[in-house]
Design a protein around this ligand. Structure first.
Ligand code: HEC
Length: 175
């Protein structure tokens, strides 16, 4: 069979058009191409300076991090132990036990409220803080014990709680 160069060129041309149209459609649907999130992730990878207080950065971000730094992982591990020995008898992440479920707590309340509350909730209730009084009444005026925890220990507990929420999200996205 004689090589038909015109036919060949036409075939290649058609194939290119099909590929280009496919790519355009897919990128319009957001299936291929670069998103703002990819660019941001690449910028972080490239060694953008990270915030100093890594524990609070983790708490504030409220988003799954690609991986925890050593300091963050240590804070989360410390928080897990502190939570198990001080809080777990009354709280769970996702269900009400004696006290409320603590999932999403850093979105409900600012850290500047959570630190004094966790150290000594009765004092916050006594100050007349509206949210504190409401939740205290809702839970039948059952007092939370006060805890001799430092700010960074409370932040570690919050970091651990946040890491639990994010694990739940990461798992849900794999279903
Ligand atoms: C003896 C049971 C008990 C223990 C132990 C306890 N809590 Fe509580 N917690 C409660 C109750 C009950 C409430 C509801 C408010 C109230 O009644 O004072 C509450 C409320 C809270 C809230 C507010 C929740 C919301 O939805 O606004 C946070 C945050 C919290 N606790 C964190 C902790 C942490 C962190 C620890 C451990 C360091 C802890 N609690 C230990 C019983 C407890």
């Amino acid at each position: 069979m004689r090589f038909n160069s015109v036919g060949f060129a036409l075939t290649v041309g058609m194939a290119l058009v099909v590929v280009l149209m496919g790519f355009t459609l897919l990128s319009a649907a957001g299936l291929v191409g670069f998103s703002a999130a990819d660019v941001e992730a690449a910028r972080i990878e490239a060694g953008k300076p990270q915030p100093q207080d890594t524990t609070m950065a983790l708490v504030d971000a409220g988003l799954p991090r690609p991986a925890l730094s050593e300091a963050e992982a240590a804070a989360v591990a410390a928080g897990s132990a502190l939570y198990a020995s001080n809080c777990a008898q009354c709280h769970a992440v996702n269900e009400v036990v004696v006290g409320p479920a603590l999932a999403g707590i850093t979105k409900r309340r600012p850290v500047s409220w959570l630190i004094p509350w966790i150290k000594n909730s009765s004092k916050v209730v006594a100050s007349g803080d509206e949210y504190a009084v409401a939740i205290y009444n809702k839970y039948n005026k059952q007092q939370m014990p006060s805890f001799g925890l430092s700010d960074s220990e409370v932040k570690a507990i919050l970091a651990w709680l946040t890491s639990q929420e994010n694990q739940g999200k990461a798992m849900a996205s794999q279903l």
